[in-house]
Write a new protein. Structure first.
Length: 304
């Protein structure tokens, strides 16, 4: 990169973080002060476009260069990667829950206690079943099917705002300067830190009262982001289409929280461990695949 391109790369991070953090902090204040969950969710969705907006500002108006992001769909020969993007998050979510409950079988709760709490204090598991026909099984089936059918398409729209910035723009430059492994490590940490205001202010992902809070959650989240960043980066490398990692990102957002239904609300203290694939134990299958694929890629590059 030229000196001006390096300046532009730094400006990208300043904008991507600055704009998003302003939105995240304001959204958190609205939620904490006014209980305005709708505005909170809307501002979070808007903040996901900050990386893309930052790329456009830097490349188009500062450097006067094309973004280098590949948007054109290339379905021919990429079918298996699209399938991996669409269904891979569901596989990792199931593996996370299986592993977590294998380690902590006593925390598996199929009684519907989590649902009763989620629906409101006036409900009991029995009332949900008799009056609404909602059980743990019916909820898992309904939202599980939604998460692997329509949700990836719907969620990829806001997700592409992040994917264009992180995987489309940031990762090629980090890998060029630092190498494959170090680039993916740093990229994951950067992506993780980008979420920290939400985690510290409103308990994004793990809540506010959990094991090792808040430090353990901040660290675990960065490791999760390294694993997910690696897999999304591989999808972009293989397909040369930013929409494919956007589908995977959207699918992950749709299904990752589903295993909470199998826990008791009293066990939210252990959310940082699992059963979701963002927990310290739950993320291990995803992390293992990400590391293995990176090491295999490094070996192939050394041979060439």
């Amino acid at each position: 990169m030229t000196a001006k391109e390096k300046q532009g790369f730094g400006l990208y991070f300043l904008l991507a973080f600055g704009l998003a953090w302003l939105l995240q902090v304001y959204a958190s204040l609205l939620l904490l002060r006014d209980g305005n969950a709708a505005a909170y969710q809307l501002l979070l969705a808007v903040s996901m476009f900050c990386p893309l907006v930052s790329v456009l500002l830097v490349q188009k108006f500062w450097l006067h260069q094309p973004t280098g992001i590949s948007w054109r769909p290339r379905l021919k020969g990429n079918g298996r990667y699209l399938l991996a993007a669409w269904f891979g998050p569901a596989v990792f979510t199931v593996l996370a829950a299986v592993l977590y409950f294998a380690v902590f079988p006593s925390r598996l709760d199929t009684s519907g206690s989590w649902l009763a709490t989620a629906y409101g204090g006036q409900w009991t598991p029995e009332a949900l079943k008799t009056e609404l026909g909602v059980t743990t099984t019916s909820y898992l089936i309904q939202y599980g099917l939604l998460a692997v059918t329509l949700a990836p398409l719907a969620n990829m729209i806001p997700a592409v705002g992040e994917e264009a910035g992180w995987r489309g723009y940031m990762m090629p430059r980090l890998k060029e300067r630092l190498g494959l492994l170090n680039g993916r490590l740093l990229g994951g940490v950067i992506w993780g830190v980008w979420h920290w205001p939400l985690m510290l202010l409103v308990g994004y992902e793990y809540g506010t009262n959990y094991l090792g809070a808040p430090l353990l959650g901040l660290v675990v989240w960065c490791v999760v982001c390294f694993a997910l960043n690696t897999l999304l980066d591989i999808l972009y490398e293989k397909t040369e289409c930013i929409w494919v990692p956007a589908v995977a990102h959207g699918a992950f957002n749709a299904i990752a929280a589903l295993p909470q239904v199998l826990t008791n609300p009293a066990d939210t203290y252990y959310n940082v461990l699992g059963p979701m694939p963002i927990g310290l134990i739950g993320m291990l299958p995803m992390l293992a695949v990400a590391v293995w694929l990176t090491l295999q890629q490094m070996k192939r590059e050394e041979k060439n």
